[in-house]
Write a protein of this length. Sequence first.
Length: 56
Amino acid sequence: MSWINVARTGHFKDMSRWQVDLASKVLSSIATSYDPTKRQTQLVFGHPTLNGPAFG
């Protein structure tokens, strides 16, 4: 399996303009706790509307 970068560390604002701080420790925790048998993720290219097309 090859990895796809979906996030990076830094300080961002979400769609509601809330400050989001993604530290490497947080991203590492998300990656190691992800279990595709419990929930599959969708790939959405760019930042479409909430009902935009998803792939994957």
